[in-house]
Design a protein around this ligand. Structure first.
Ligand code: SF4
Length: 77
């Protein structure tokens, strides 16, 4: 089951809703260190906005990455 974007929802799924585990994909493309942040309570929300733009470079340019993050980083520099 995917679509988890907050620690609170993920924890509820496992502790109260009977799931054995949850799966993360796009949030880890955006923030590979997200599990570490959640374990250390540095954030509750994932930065991923579920726009699915990360799949296009994988299909056309041979690699998946967060397009939103790359655009923000290029605008900041
Ligand atoms: S491109 Fe969009 S869906 Fe993909 S990781 Fe970035 S924010 Fe999430």
């Amino acid at each position: 089951m995917g679509g988890f974007r907050s620690l609170a929802v993920a924890e509820k799924a496992v502790t109260k809703d009977g799931m054995d585990f949850i799966a993360l994909a796009r949030p880890l493309i955006r923030e590979p260190d997200l599990p570490h942040k959640w374990v250390n309570h540095k954030t509750d929300k994932a930065e991923c906005i579920s726009c699915n733009k990360c799949f296009m470079p994988g299909m056309t340019r041979g690699g998946i990455y967060c397009v939103v993050r790359k655009k923000a980083e290029s605008q900041a520099s």
